[in-house]
Ligand binder design. Structure first.
Ligand code: ATP
Length: 250
């Protein structure tokens, strides 16, 4: 990988409840300024890998029991989740998780209090998000609970961006959404990467759309990396599509 890594995983192992081995010796890298996809079927270990990085795995009685995770060169294997967010590493969880009874704008603001910003900084943060997600500006006073699935996914990503991240861990952004909305969300992710320089590690079952927007990809099966390469290389390998990616051709 050409860009210097912002994130490195060295042979990590994730165990739940002290017995369930979900991730087994996974090594991967995200180059600074890159979009990297983590592909694989249901239960392959994608979410567990992301939660190991953000330390959220501990909230589910899980632990990183072997290996090392480095972010910007520092060992963060056992870092506290809030310290990681302050350091610019933010996860968008699978399933969107908006506050249904808050407005779209209030949801965005909940992501903005990292580092105690002033009123002007919060306003600038909101303006930046509305620039990338004009739909959210139009709906900013509406309750998030009444928004469509696609808009809720945009709120979840926008809330993460309010923390001014350098690396976003994005879990299944396409889940349950119509293809046109999925394309719109991935286009915005690609723009945030190109224009703002935000790096992304995104877990996806939808290999077709992920490979179209990622620079590099890893394929997980039963908690192990079974293939990796540039997105173009993996996309061109019919065997990878057939064996691991549900036979979805590009
Ligand atoms: P999905 O797309 O369904 O989220 P995934 O690739 O993200 O799949 P994980 O959710 O990481 O996969 O699951 C990997 C393995 O770990 C599975 O066998 C799953 O049952 C197990 N697992 C995940 N979360 C927990 C948990 N909180 N407690 C126990 N086992 C878990």
């Amino acid at each position: 990988m050409s860009a210097s890594p912002i994130l490195q995983l060295e042979s990590i192992e994730v165990v739940y409840e002290q017995v369930i081995l979900a991730v087994h010796g996974v090594s991967l890298e995200v180059g600074a300024g890159q979009v990297v996809a983590l592909l694989g079927a249901n239960g392959a270990g994608k979410s567990s890998t992301l939660k190991a990085i953000s330390s959220l795995v501990r909230a589910e009685r899980g632990a990183v029991t072997a290996g090392r995770i480095r972010y910007q060169g520092a060992d963060i294997t056992h870092a506290a989740p809030d310290a990681l967010v302050r350091g610019g590493l933010v996860q968008v969880l699978e399933g969107r998780h908006c506050f249904a009874h808050l407005s779209v704008e209030e949801n965005l603001l909940t992501g903005g209090f990292v580092g105690k910003p002033g009123r002007q900084a919060l306003k600038a943060g909101l303006e930046q998000i509305y620039h990338y997600f004009p739909r959210l500006k139009a709906r900013r006073k509406s309750l998030a609970g009444y928004s469509s699935g696609g808009e809720q996914q945009m709120v979840a990503i926008g809330r993460a961006l309010m923390a001014r991240p350098r690396l976003v861990l994005l879990d299944e952004p396409s889940m349950g959404l119509a293809p046109l909305i999925v394309d719109e969300i991935f286009e915005i992710v690609a723009q945030l990467n190109r224009v703002e320089g935000v790096s992304f590690l995104l877990a996806e079952q939808n290999a077709r759309v992920a490979l179209r927007h990622a620079h590099h990809a890893y394929v997980l099966e039963s908690g192990r990396v079974v293939a990796d390469g540039s997105a173009a290389e993996l996309d061109a390998r019919g065997d990878i599509h057939d064996l691991y990616l549900g036979g979805i051709a590009a």
